[in-house]
Design a binder for this molecule. Structure first.
Ligand SMILES: [Zn+2]
Length: 300
């Protein structure tokens, strides 16, 4: 039986190969530290978190719900897809949005916003962000109830869209170049995450009218952003990515980026004021995120 554990490495490898062949695998703003984050995050996601979630979910369900294994396997496939979209993708949208809105949660996700885009970025996140994503555990419940076969295709589709949205080869550019493709572009960019919309989420600034780190949170479906008013579509790509540290400030320690909230940064956060307490660091952008998030919440 073919499993996601066999297919996802091939899929990811394909995107990496395309980036390599197009001369875009090595990031322009990379460093040894960032490359190490990519490597450690990949090991963490594939060889620690995934086994923990898969085996942990199976064990918990077998203990608590022993009679329900496979009990919903006869559900028609499109209802299973809707269940995954609601319990996995929609929940992930709100978790992601919450991490950008609440300073106490930002530290879990901070590592993902590195200084470049690329397929390598897809696995970058704090250990506890990865492990505690409720959508992963909810997907585990659906698989336990009998949705495993549909999950294989759902997850394959989702990862294709997600890796594509992070890829340093912006596949959607062709849609914006040809007038005849404009209607198709309109539909695609409002339905799934694309490089243009997701790059905007990773942008270092919103001042250029392209960046939008207070929105474009969707993973598989960008439609959630359209539905909940967080979409920003420009069909352009930001010049810079990541979270700039405050001038003169030391970058967040690697242990904080990887293991927040178990490990937290010290006094720098305190000196930046109460707005950033509980975050992974005291950078101006985090302070700005806190302040602007408050503004956003007040507008809602
Ligand atoms: Zn984010």
């Amino acid at each position: 039986m073919v499993t996601t554990a066999m297919v996802i490495p091939v899929l990811w490898g394909l995107f990496i190969a395309i980036e390599w062949l197009r001369g875009r695998f090595r990031p322009a703003h990379g460093s040894r530290r960032e490359a190490l984050f990519d490597l450690v995050s990949w090991v963490q996601a594939w060889f620690v978190v995934s086994p923990l979630v898969v085996l942990g979910s199976a064990a918990l369900h077998a203990t608590w719900l022993p009679d329900l294994a496979g009990s919903l396997a006869g559900t028609v496939w499109w209802k299973q897809v809707i269940a995954f979209l609601l319990l996995d993708d929609l929940v992930q949208y709100w978790v992601h949005r919450s991490c950008h809105r609440w300073p106490a949660l930002w530290g879990l996700h901070r590592l993902h916003h590195g200084p470049y885009m690329g397929a390598r970025v897809i696995w970058r996140n704090g250990f506890f962000y990865d492990l505690l994503q409720p959508n992963l555990w909810l997907a585990g419940t659906l698989v336990y109830l009998g949705y495993g076969e549909v999950y294989f295709w759902y997850y394959l589709t989702k990862m294709t869209v997600q890796i594509g949205a992070h890829s340093s080869v912006p596949w959607d550019a062709v849609l914006y170049r040809h007038r005849a493709l404009a209607p198709l572009a309109w539909i695609i960019e409002r339905t799934i995450s694309t490089p243009a919309t997701h790059y905007a989420h990773h942008a270092a600034t919103e001042a250029d009218g392209i960046g939008h780190y207070h929105g474009n949170f969707g993973s598989l479906l960008f439609f959630w952003d359209v539905l909940f008013g967080t979409a920003h579509i420009t069909r352009r790509y930001p010049a810079r990515f990541g979270v700039d540290p405050e001038p003169g400030a030391a970058p967040d320690h690697w242990s904080v980026l990887l293991f927040y909230p178990l490990i937290r940064s010290k006094p720098a956060a305190e000196s930046a004021g109460a707005a950033v307490s509980g975050t992974a660091g005291g950078s101006s952008v985090i302070a700005s995120l806190s302040g602007e998030a408050t503004a956003v919440s007040m507008r809602q």
